[in-house]
Design a protein around this ligand. Structure first.
Ligand code: URA
Length: 233
């Protein structure tokens, strides 16, 4: 199996786990889990807030008006949905589109970390406050941070993080749309910088260690991945 195919299979395994998830109350109200969609080998990943009514119905992220705007902005930089990975902080719809609760974000964050570790994006665009605060681990808001890239370690992976306004916030506010569009224009340049240096995982040779062989990582797949409509390309 190629690396790319293996990555995709492992991602499907995480999806299988997620779609049976009962870690928080949203399991009781969702129609289905909205895991994420796009290219499992994407260099560019977008993380929004949570599925809305359309996403909950179709099982795919950003399929409503905000998604259409996201696609338009991607087109303006010569990209498209199928070239990137799109997902959310929460994989299930909060009823009535209310804000995610802190315990729901905490319960769900492993899935996002697995996605980052498996897809290994170079650049993650956080869309709006919830994704930005979660992935930066800091309460600073999007109006101060949008358009400023920085390197952050997420899970075990160093990525360039690039906070952007949420497309839904830009739908009816032309000034926000202009800022979002201008920030989007820098994405190709940020991608061209390549991946940031990764955290060193090998021990410092100067330190004496009890060298015990590393245990094999636990397989993510509990059972063979079923054929599924994940929206993977
Ligand atoms: N808004 C989000 O944050 N995510 C979606 O999937 C759709 C709208």
């Amino acid at each position: 199996m190629t690396d790319a195919a293996e990555r995709r299979e492992r991602l499907k395994g995480v999806y299988e786990e997620a779609r049976a998830c009962t870690r928080c109350r949203l399991a009781g109200t969702r129609t289905q889990v909205v895991f994420g969609a796009g290219n499992a080998n994407a260099e560019l990943m977008f993380v929004g807030e949570a599925p809305g009514a359309n996403e909950d119905r179709l099982g795919l992220p950003f399929v409503g008006q905000a998604g259409k705007l996201l696609e338009k902005l991607l087109g303006e930089i010569g990209s498209e949905r199928g070239a990137v990975w799109i997902c959310n902080v929460l994989k299930c719809r909060p009823p009535g589109n209310r804000d995610p609760h802190p315990d729901e974000i905490e319960a769900c964050q492993d899935y996002l970390h697995h996605q980052v570790e498996l897809i290994e994006p170079t650049l993650i665009c956080t869309l709006g406050n919830f994704a930005t605060k979660l992935l930066r681990g800091d309460p600073m808001g999007i109006s101060r941070l949008h358009g400023h890239d920085e390197v952050r370690v997420i899970g075990r992976r160093a990525v360039r993080l690039y906070p952007l306004y949420h497309p839904a916030a830009a739908l009816y506010t032309p000034a926000t749309l202009e800022m979002l569009r201008a920030d989007f224009q820098r994405i190709p340049e940020l991608l061209a910088m390549g991946p940031p240096p990764q955290p060193v995982s090998t021990p410092d040779p100067g330190i004496e260690l009890d060298l015990v062989p590393e245990p094999e990582p636990e397989p993510l797949l509990a059972e063979p991945a079923a054929d599924l409509q994940l929206g993977l390309f």
